[in-house]
Design a protein around this ligand. Structure first.
Ligand SMILES: NC(=O)c1ccc[n+]([C@@H]2O[C@H](COP(=O)([O-])OP(=O)(O)OC[C@H]3O[C@@H](n4cnc5c(N)ncnc54)[C@H](OP(=O)(O)O)[C@@H]3O)[C@@H](O)[C@H]2O)c1
Length: 236
């Protein structure tokens, strides 16, 4: 059965980076709409607590997955299909940032960030395409405002430009399969992404979660390709 003809209570949304922030908020919002959710990240305890909050194994599955590992990503999809039999939407959301300035961060942290934000997102696409083909499902990727404008000295913004390109590359590649592709491009959002809570009335994680569900709620012939969301007070 394709995603659009499946009742929300039988649909399955897989989320990477689900242990916190935008991913966790999206899981909560999706559950409110009736979706079953697959929650993936490295912190299994946090995922398990969220899965319990969201109704337990009938409704929410917690899976340890380091997105930089192809084995983990394959295992995540196998476990999701074993539990729920289908994946209707995959949200490649795991990622993190770092200090701005080409002399500010360590090469080791750069490596982890590029592997997580770019390679990890690509692996999630690769791992989920077969299941999304079966469901004529939906692929969503978290880019950023920083994936639309380069920020001074920010390798993070370069990784998010790569994710923005990946969304369009995937859209073209998957054209004709029925799979829709959406880039979610948040501005400053108050999550553990930041060491200190951001000032100037940032977005909340739930604001981004609503955008994910909005994109998915459109009729099957409508492919919302990008949603760029800034807090009203964000100047750049
Ligand atoms: N907050 C913002 O202002 C903002 C703006 C634009 C875009 N974004 C993007 O939004 C996405 C979510 O970030 P957030 O703001 O919600 O921050 P967050 O609360 O820190 O969430 C980041 C998530 O990514 C997961 N993660 C990190 N490395 C991972 C890995 N190797 N494998 C699997 N999961 C990994 C973390 O879980 P574990 O540590 O448990 O693995 C966590 O669940 C990121 O891609 C970020 O770049 C954020």
């Amino acid at each position: 059965m394709s995603a659009e003809s499946t009742p929300p209570t039988q649909r399955v949304l897989l989320i990477t980076g689900a242990s916190s922030g935008i991913g966790a908020a999206t899981a909560r919002h999706a559950r409110e709409q009736g979706w079953r959710v697959v929650l993936a990240a490295r912190s299994l305890e946090r995922l398990q607590a969220l899965a319990d909050e969201l109704g337990g194994p009938q409704h929410a599955l917690a899976l340890r997955c380091d997105v930089t590992s192809w084995e983990d990503q394959q295992g995540m999809v196998i476990a999701a299909l074993a539990a729920f039999g289908r994946i209707d939407a995959a949200f490649a959301n795991a990622g993190f940032g770092g200090p701005r300035g080409f002399l500010a961060d360590t090469p080791e942290h750069w490596r982890e960030m590029v592997l997580t934000n770019v390679y990890g997102a690509a692996l999630t696409i690769r791992a989920t395409i077969p299941a999304l083909r079966d469901s004529r499902g939906h692929l969503l990727l978290t880019s950023s405002v920083a994936g639309r404008r380069a920020l001074p000295g920010s390798l993070y913004s370069c990784t998010k430009h790569a994710v923005t390109a990946m969304g369009e590359a995937a859209r073209q590649d998957l054209n004709g399969t029925g799979i829709r592709v959406t880039l979610i491009e948040p501005g400053i959002t108050d999550t553990p992404f930041f060491d200190e809570p951001p000032s100037d009335a940032p977005l909340r994680d739930a604001d981004i979660a609503r955008a994910v569900i909005y994109a998915n709620s459109q009729p099957p012939h409508v492919n919302v390709n990008e949603i760029l969301i800034r807090p009203t007070a964000q100047p750049v």
